[in-house]
Design a protein around this ligand. Structure first.
Ligand code: ADP
Length: 152
């Protein structure tokens, strides 16, 4: 049978325990997951360095040969096609996520008809974790370790 490959795209600025949870649960569904860090030129003013973050994510999943980490700078749907991924994996925390994800999924389907978006509802203990809030806490010297699956 054909391998089920999913791309889990995001900014991951930073990658959080909420993201980790989506990836690990995704492994129950997919044979391979590519964590794809979008290098969006408009948002290139990242807070956490993209190379540092990709190394941190790699280290987090070191024991999982079916998880890969990549940086990409193209349409997510094109990246998925190029990597022979049939699925896009995304997490849903709330209705705000839903509105946004709904539009993106429609666009992605238009670009690549064979690409199916799959959404996992956040585990309740991670539902409040938000990358932009973590950036703010970190900027002002607060403790962010409890939200991250690796040490900075
Ligand atoms: P983007 O800039 O594409 O929204 P993010 O890095 O913020 O990228 O998020 C990537 C994906 O992870 C999105 O589907 C988002 O809804 C999901 N996500 C973000 N935070 C959490 C969390 N705490 N729990 C589960 N999913 C999350």
């Amino acid at each position: 049978m054909e391998k089920k490959i999913a791309v889990f795209p995001g900014s991951f600025d930073p990658f959080t325990k909420g993201h980790e949870d989506i990836v690990l649960r995704g492994l129950n569904i997919f044979d391979e997951i590519i964590i794809a860090i979008g290098h969006n030129t408009k948002k290139s003013n990242r807070y956490f360095d993209i190379d540092v973050m990709s190394e941190k994510i790699r280290a987090t999943f070191m024991e999982y040969p079916s998880i890969r980490v990549e940086v990409f700078a193209e349409l997510t749907a094109e990246f998925a096609k190029r990597n022979k991924a049939q699925y896009l994996l995304r997490g849903l925390r709330n209705t705000t996520d839903f509105e946004y994800e709904n539009s993106i999924a429609q666009v992605n389907r238009n670009i690549n008809h064979d690409l199916e978006s799959v959404f996992l509802i956040t585990s309740p203990q991670f539902a409040y974790i938000n990358s932009s809030i973590i950036r703010e806490v970190h900027r002002y010297g607060g403790e962010v370790a409890p939200f991250l699956p690796y040490t900075l």
